[in-house]
Design a protein around this ligand. Sequence first.
Ligand code: PMP
Length: 353
Amino acid sequence: MRITEKMKSLKEYIPNVDDCKIKLDANENPFPMDEDIKKEVLSAVEKCGLSRYPDPMSKDVCESYAKVMGVKESQVVAGCGSDELIGIITGFLLNKGDRVLVFEPDFSMYAFYSFLHELDIISVPKEQGIAFDADFVIKSIERFDPKMVLFSNPCNPTGGAIKSEQVKKILERTQAMVVLDEAYMEFFGDSLVPDINEYENLIILRTMSKAYGFAGGRVGFAAAREEIIREIKKAKSPFNLTKLSQAAACAILKHANKYKAQVDALTVLTRETYARLKEIEKKHPGKVTVFESSANFIYIKCARSQEIFEKLRDMSILIRAYPDGYLRVSTGLKEENDAFLDAFDAILKETGL
Ligand code: PMP
């Protein structure tokens, strides 16, 4: 096989695969599936008829999700995770060489797919590593004049969020397509989905991998004006969602209210973890900085972060380590959060920070 320059320059993306007892690395919903919902999921899966191909447009799933979001089914397309939709949006709505604007740090898949599609990627570092607001986005757009801008709100990994009024300011100031990734919006509750009809340059990404506890099912959505959704549908794989995931997703979405209660519980747990992390921060002035979060995870700047990450992993506690001294810990069940906090506190003491 001929190895191209493009192949050489792409670093492999390896998600965490460590088999740790406590898994706080991927911002998943830690609650076990509700027993009644599980029964409905299993019964729907049993009836789904696996010898036939699935509905290529996942109509029932889109209808169920559109209902939850208060929009029309024609304004929603389902993907094999929102990852697939990021790939389609960057690959099909743009031409090779078009400029895309992303920010650093943010969700790495924006740059990953933009690279695969040979786009001109401008990655703007956030001020002080995390600061991000509408004016910063507008200034960056004015400076670089991109065809598309992608960012997550709330942001993975920083946990920062921009109010919808501010996001509207961005949309009104640019012709560029704005891909607004609301993967964690259930935790912040200020979505722009109700406004999709107002903007010709807005695509919103959502997922069932976080609040809906269905990361293993791989179901994500894009919501936008009908004419944009029609284009995205043209470019997706014909049978991108399996019958299994469609059946299960529909059963889950019937119980959106139960998930709302879980989101509230996770928000309380995140707040508790934040409060304890702030106490730890006080004990290590200048060495540990904990950032406020509008999602179900917390971003921490910490001296010797890689070493701390590895020590936690040795104790079977998996979190996420980033370059330049940052860590991100997802909110788990109370006992998981406590185990992490106790271990983190002890490791910091032992490391002599
Ligand atoms: N966007 C953001 C901001 C995410 O953090 C993630 C998952 N880590 C995704 C999208 C992808 O989600 P999915 O599981 O739907 O592909």
